[in-house]
Write a protein that binds this ligand. Structure first.
Ligand SMILES: Cc1ncc(COP(=O)(O)O)c(C=O)c1O
Length: 421
């Protein structure tokens, strides 16, 4: 059993002090849960009172190697001892090494390093626009999907298919045409009606949108349409990449070659790091002065990312993600699929969703109280993104604890759930 924890460490006065300090100094961009973590190891986190939690979220698909991985620790310390940052005004040896590693692994030609997923997608959007202008298209458009998520900068929130993310930030950035996800007919219709389209930006599996998995040949057919209409195929692998779905990159399931790939999250295992990879003509469009970043690809970030990749490969963690993902999915099928209220159990590798027939955000604090970190997205989908290093015994604990929480949640009348934690 996981240990029960219902409130943050310390006395009532320290709890209220903690709350008021948070609201006094931090912008209210998050509804934070009442817990502060002090340390981690593998799939486990400990809060400031010493209680232990099984982390089935990995900081939202970031810590694929788990917490406090010794190889990451060593890379950070050794690199920080020698050199943290210079500038992209100079050559950076480890950036070139990491560039070679990533392009070789992905079959792409070149990479631009940045600090986050949104920035990686900004680079992709700029590549598509510049490429279009080079071809004489003055007002190019990018095809994007309903229920997608691409980030919080102005261009990436405009590309995102979620009104909540966009509301209040109008005027949005122009130049995006939206179609339903996993609907090739809609893409074909856009091809006919919108000659200004020059690229498609799409997640191989939608994460924030509810772990939406398209038809098995969706990306292959999209690749064909992009070839037919001379569009760039740009894959947002920010959440699906770095081994999470069973291959190093999710598109490798389909054996296609995209024109642009964006990465972040698991690339630095918690050290902020993003990348935009491109091949063919897309790899040639950015030149000196067209794009840049102060921090992106600095020696510290690149050393960590190179170590993360070497560790993922050495320990065959994409294979493990595939195996453990199948194990967890089969387990949840066994424990939950017959329950009224459970609509679907889906996922690929360690990117899993359990869709309920009702809003289930209350499960998050209930799980926290039970010592388990989970997430709920689009109100009704329990999202699991555990570290790729998860052991079978830990997966068993996750299965057991989450299944009984969901069972209990579905048995309670809807408005009593808030109090059930
Ligand atoms: C698919 C996808 N793209 C882009 C982003 C944005 O990444 P970041 O928060 O690092 O800017 C996210 C974040 O959740 C994501 O899931």
């Amino acid at each position: 059993m996981l240990e029960a924890v219902s409130r943050p460490s310390g006395t009532a006065s320290s709890f209220f002090g903690w709350c008021s300090r948070m609201s006094k100094f931090l912008m209210a961009t998050y509804n934070r849960l009442p817990v502060t973590f002090a340390r981690g190891e593998g799939v486990w986190l400990w809060d400031t009172a010493g209680k232990r939690y099984l982390d089935a979220l990995s900081g939202i698909a970031v810590c694929g190697l788990g917490h406090a991985h010794p190889a990451v620790h060593q890379a950070l310390c050794e690199q920080a001892k020698d050199l943290t940052h210079t500038s992209n005004l100079y050559r950076i040896g480890i950036q070139e090494t990491l560039g070679e590693t990533l392009t070789t692994l992905s079959g792409m030609d070149k990479v631009f390093f940045c600090n986050s997923g949104a920035e990686a997608n900004e680079a992709a959007i700029k590549i598509a626009r510049l490429h279009a202008h080079n071809r004489g298209i003055e007002y190019p458009a990018i095809l994007v999907m309903e229920a997608s998520f691409h980030g919080r900068t102005l261009a990436t929130l405009s590309a995102t298919g979620n009104r909540k993310v966009q509301a209040g930030f109008e005027p949005l950035v122009q130049g995006f045409v939206r179609v339903p996800y996993d609907n090739l007919g809609a893409v074909e219709a856009a091809a006919v009606n919108r000659p200004d389209v020059v690229a498609v930006l799409v997640e191989p599996i939608q994460g924030e949108g509810g772990i939406n998995i398209p038809a098995g040949d969706y990306l292959n057919r999209l690749r064909e349409l992009c070839d037919r209409y001379d569009w760039l195929l740009m894959l947002d692998e920010v959440q699906t990449g770095m081994g999470r779905t069973g291959h190093f990159f999710s598109f490798q399931t389909n054996a296609i070659q995209p024109d642009v790939i964006t990465l972040a999250k698991g690339l630095g295992n918690g050290f902020p790091m993003g990348a935009c990879l491109a091949q063919g003509v897309s790899a040639q469009v950015l030149g000196p002065g067209t794009h840049g970043t102060t921090f992106g690809g600095n020696p510290l970030a690149c050393r960590v990312a190179q170590t993360v990749i070497e560790t993922l490969r050495r320990d065959r963690l994409p294979d493990r993600a595939s195996r453990m993902g199948d194990y967890l999915r089969a387990g949840f099928e066994r424990t939950l699929s017959n329950l009224e209220g459970v609509l679907a159990i889906r996922g690929r590798g360690l990117m899993l969703g359990i869709e309920l027939d009702r809003p289930c955000g209350d499960l998050v604090p209930q799980a926290l109280a039970a010592g388990l970190l989970i997430n709920v997205t689009v109100e009704r989908v329990v999202r699991l993104l555990p570290p790729l290093i998860i052991e079978q015994s830990e997966a068993d604990l996750l299965l057991q604890e989450l299944s009984s929480l969901i069972r209990r949640f579905l048995q309670l009348p809807p408005d009593s759930n808030a109090a059930a934690g």
